[in-house]
Design a binder for this molecule. Sequence first.
Ligand code: FBP
Length: 544
Amino acid sequence: MEKSALQIARAAYQPKLPKALLGPVVAKEGKPTQSVGDQEEIKALFPNTYGMPVIEFVPGEQKQLEPFNVGIILSGGQAPGGHNVISGLFDGVKSLNPANKLYGFILGPGGLVDHKYMEITPEIMDEYRNTGGFDIIGSGRTKLEEVDQFEKGIQILRELGIKALVIIGGDDSNTNACVLAEYYAAKKYGVQVIGCPKTIDGDLKNEQIETSFGFDTACKTYSELIGNIQRDCNSARKYWHFIKLMGRSASHIALECALQCQPNVCLISEEVEEKNMSLDDVVTYIAQAVADRAAEGNNFGTVLIPEGLIEFIPAIKKLIAQLNDILATPAAKNLGRSEQIDFVKTHISKENLDVFNSLPTSVARQLALDRDPHGNVQVSLIETEKLLSAMVAVKLEQWAKEGKYVGKFGTQHHFFGYEGRCAAPSNYDADYCYSLGYNASRLIANGKTGYMSVVRNTTAPAAEWIAGGVPITMMMNMEKRNGKMKPVIRKALVELDGAPFKFFASKRAEWAKQTAYVYPGPIQYWGPTEVCDQPTKTLQLEHQ
Ligand code: FBP
């Protein structure tokens, strides 16, 4: 594989580890834990992995272990730093015993079920250190939830002598990791399962997990692009740029990019829901910002839109909830696309049908079509940026007739998501991911299962980071998925009383009117620490 000069120089970077992980460790255990909700139900579903303590690694004498092998799976959407989790795990496992082996399952959880794997050798590992992407073994969205899949998994795990499996994924994949850990523990199969918090969306976080890996690099990559667009926008002064940002349901990415770039408008889905806004309210809000700037002769600007927005407009949310139930019924399976739409139209309530019919056909179609394997609407396929700009144009035309708006409204559209998911990890993600992987090897060595690898205190220098494990059951509650109540990790949405949103809310009126753009520029790997090593603004505000 031919390499760029950056890749060659970056391969030599040695990621930093928390001081506590530099030598042998022991697990310091906290008090027994409880799930965040529905304690009795979660306890009954996870009798072997419920209530375990949070643990922190501190220097101590490491137990001597027989050589062992470990398996790794990359699950779901790509996120910068995945290769560093693997290199951290690889180095951690080899430091315990050079004879230990690491096997990667190919193309996600499906590789475990279908027995597709490869050994990650030192030569292969060295090709991927500090690089973006998940291509070392590939990723996939197969949902691991059936006993049959778990049994097929144990066959190959036994064949390869694998003592522990590490699953790198978001909330859904870590939920599955926990179900698998419980199943193997109940069956006394002797295979541990450890999760690792990944997703650019930033919605896998709580009191124990400060951030999911990849969020830092992805937001910095999008912010560079938004900054470039803002500079173009402020140079030509003739377009409004509508920029949709990935993030699935949560608006963390849009909020972080707004904090970094100071655009004229940034919508936050969680606020739209809280304020019970209709689609027309959202359109009016943007149109007002356009009109106010036009009144001062500024016919240009930027609007950031979280990709999940449409799901948070209360009337549409109700519609989606009913569509989810209808699509989960056996009668809705195996229908063709147009049959599926006719089917849902004849099965939804009158109120929801009215909302459905009021939506532009392309959006309505997308809401009525298949979900991803975890039951999520595929929001990345809905062109909200085009929908909103077209509706704003109609509103402005109407205002122009009423003499309430004088200006020109030229538009450009962008969707940033895939551009950032495989970027070369920032120093923060390179160090954080390597530490998460290395730490996972210590969880394995200490016999833990049903835990997620966690590294905290990450706004401090890496040496002061705190490494340990959190029982996955602690993050769970019961929610409806694919028409049934299921134990799942509670998703972390933007908190409207949290410091990042409050800071944004205190500034947005000023940013809307003035041209207060900030141009963050590209991620830097070498140079002053204030340029190269800063965590996200979200994390800084949450920890100040
Ligand atoms: P994960 O939750 O698996 O990390 O994926 C996140 C994400 O990047 C979302 O932001 C986006 O909506 C989705 O994946 C797109 O999925 P796909 O890669 O299947 O198109």
